[in-house]
Design a protein around this ligand. Structure first.
Ligand code: COA
Length: 158
């Protein structure tokens, strides 16, 4: 049983994240999308809203949604996961990801970090960029699932 954790803030989940999840389901028996209850980032959506949106777009039987606090490696061990999945969008992601992967390995050598290259069409995406474009009136169609776009509309009263 190969269980992987796909961690992040997911504020909100984008088609880029879904692409990585789809790829992960082909490699692992079970994938847990783990939302960090992040005190540093000021989210647009509450943790409950983010979980709900992910549940609404989760079309895979072996993909679960969960939340965590504290160290990712502690959470991964508590879930009996062997792997952390991270998406790499561009060369600029590499340095930060390398740092995290090495620190996580030092903290918990039994855990492996697996990097997946995101699809080209999503390699420029980030949740913040999507929020910025949307708030300023630009189109985000095709970049996020429809339910997410609808939630963003109602949040801004559009
Ligand atoms: N498609 C689209 N966007 C993507 C993406 C993809 N494939 N992969 C990443 N992104 C976006 C995210 O939406 C995020 O956007 P934002 O900054 O605008 O919100 C941005 O890229 C950065 O994503 P990510 O690097 O995944 O940051 P994160 O904050 O979502 O998650 C954790 C980082 C949760 C993995 C990390 O902070 C963590 O593990 N924290 C727990 C504490 C801990 O263990 N610390 C020690 C680590 S060594």
């Amino acid at each position: 049983m190969r269980r992987a954790i796909y961690p992040g803030t997911f504020d909100p989940i984008t088609n880029g994240h879904l692409d990585i999840i789809e790829r992960s389901t082909r490699v692992f028996d079970e994938v847990i999308i783990a939302l960090l209850m992040n005190i540093e980032k000021k989210p647009m959506f509450s943790i409950q809203e983010r979980v709900e949106m992910i549940q609404q777009v989760n079309r895979w039987k072996h993909v679960k949604v969960d939340t965590f606090q504290g160290l990712l490696v502690h959470y991964a061990v508590s879930q009996k996961a062997q792997v952390i999945v991270r998406g790499i969008r561009a060369v600029s992601d590499y340095e930060y990801e390398l740092q995290m992967a090495l620190m996580n390995r030092r903290l918990e050598p039994s855990l492996e970090t697996v990097f997946m290259m995101s699809a080209e069409e999503y390699s420029h995406l980030s949740s913040s960029l999507i929020k910025e474009v949307f708030v300023l009136g630009g189109s985000i169609t095709g970049l996020v699932p429809q339910v997410v776009e609808e939630r963003m509309r109602s949040k801004l009263g559009r």
